[in-house]
Ligand binder design. Structure first.
Ligand code: CAA
Length: 380
């Protein structure tokens, strides 16, 4: 067993750490406040190769492994989870899905631009009445020979207005239930495709989340990913990898809050000494550190499983479940350690606490992860 990172992985981790400190940290409070999309930073991350990290270099990607991707997600998320979710959706849900299941034409047309960050992508599965229960898709893609006619509404779509390319999951044949679902590539600007208002969110406020409306949108057949009826499996397989990215995001949020709390506790004095000398605080730090390390092992193991070609449904679900719980617990404790200062924006921990919450909800709630985990262990 080897717990060391390779030289290349350490270099990438350092590059992400430097980028987060130098480019994401300035203005992060203001962007969160104003719900401002980090346009300049996304461009920079494209230049650094962070938007298509695992994509083969022949399609413009960085050709890195999933462990490197998790390391980058962790570092970005320590500082700015709004920016990291943009990276996560583009990498795990859009680029990975297209590279793994798209045809050569689709890869040349879309992946080459998505992987460099020239354009960004969105993944559209959730609906007003189909969030966790993803097989109950109401959006329809009716087969009209050489094209589909797409109708319906998608909800809570990350990169909703900033994306150029949308992977949309829709029902073609209701009688076939989940085997009658397709995944279609929809371009911004297609007639009948409308972007709904921006959601006003608790956390990750710099990322843009919208509902999307499809009203008789004509989507050419060549924009279907995979065989007819492959859409649900496409979504499940794609989300299984996505969960590793979100687990790494949760880990980063937890680690970011812990680092701030540790530093603060060594500076802030109460009752004549630094508060880290009080056992009430020291034990909190011990718990936070232990849980973060445990979450880190789960996240890296899931990423490693994916790199080894092992099944990662179970390890990814466990990583996401645990890391997101640790993110929530740790950020709450980080606010507590900061006392009154934790409750004001300047100290960053209240934002991290708000950002942590979504990691227990998107790309499969904690309850969905428990379904995936329990089914897997019972079946085994
Ligand atoms: N890989 C491949 N196939 C899979 C799979 C996987 N990981 N999981 C399920 N499937 C297949 C099954 O094999 C089955 O196919 P067959 O019948 O052909 O064998 C089919 O999918 C249906 O499976 P189930 O019967 O298990 O379906 P279910 O209705 O019980 O639900 C579920 C399964 C795991 C709960 C699933 O509905 C699920 O994951 N729900 C959560 C959806 C989700 O994560 N939503 C997040 C939205 S995206 C988002 O948040 C993005 C963002 O912008 C940040």
């Amino acid at each position: 067993m080897n717990f060391s990172l390779s030289e290349e992985q350490l270099m990438i981790q350092q590059a992400a750490r430097d980028f987060a400190q130098n480019e994401l940290l300035p203005g992060v409070i203001e962007r969160d406040d104003a719900q401002e999309f980090p346009t300049k930073q996304v461009e920079q991350m494209g230049e650094l190769g962070f938007m298509g990290m695992m994509v083969d270099s022949k399609y413009g990607g960085s050709g890195l492994d999933t462990v490197s991707y998790a390391l980058v997600m962790e570092e970005l998320s320590k500082i700015d989870a709004s920016s990291s979710v943009i990276v996560s959706v583009n990498n795990s849900l859009v680029c990975w899905g297209l590279e793994t299941y798209g045809n050569e034409e689709q890869k040349q047309k879309y992946l080459t631009k998505l992987a460099t960050g020239e354009i960004i992508g969105a993944f559209c599965l959730s609906e007003p009445e189909a969030g966790s229960d993803a097989t109950s898709q109401k959006t329809t893609a009716i087969d009209k020979g050489d094209h589909y006619i797409l109708n319906g509404t998608k909800n809570w779509i990350t990169n909703g207005s900033s994306a150029d390319v949308y992977l949309v999951i829709a029902q073609t044949d209701r009688e076939k239930a989940h085997r009658g679902i397709n995944a279609l590539i929809v371009e911004k600007g297609m007639e009948g495709f409308e972007i709904g208002p921006k959601e006003n969110k608790l956390g990750i406020r710099g990322s843009d989340t919208h509902s999307l409306l499809f009203n008789d949108v004509k989507v050419p057949k060549e924009n279907r990913i995979g065989e007819d009826g492959f859409g649900f499996k496409f979504a499940m397989k794609t989300l299984a990898g996505g969960r590793i990215g979100i687990a790494a995001q949760a880990l980063g949020i937890a680690a970011g809050a812990y680092e701030l709390a540790l530093k603060y506790s060594k500076e802030r004095k109460a009752f004549g000494t630094e508060i880290s000398n009080h056992q009430a605080i020291a034990f909190k730090l011990a718990d936070m550190h232990t849980k973060i390390e445990a979450a880190r092992f789960l996240v890296y193991k899931a990423a490693w499983d994916k790199d080894q070609g092992n099944n990662y449904d179970l390890s990814g679900a466990m990583a996401k479940l645990y890391a997101s719980e640790v993110a929530m617990e740790t950020t709450i404790e980080a606010v507590q350690i900061h006392g009154g200062n934790g409750f004001v924006k300047d100290y960053h921990v209240e934002r991290l606490m708000r950002d942590a919450k979504i990691t227990q909800i998107y790309e499969g709630t904690s309850e969905i992860q428990k379904i995936v985990i329990s089914r897997s262990v019972i079946k085994a």
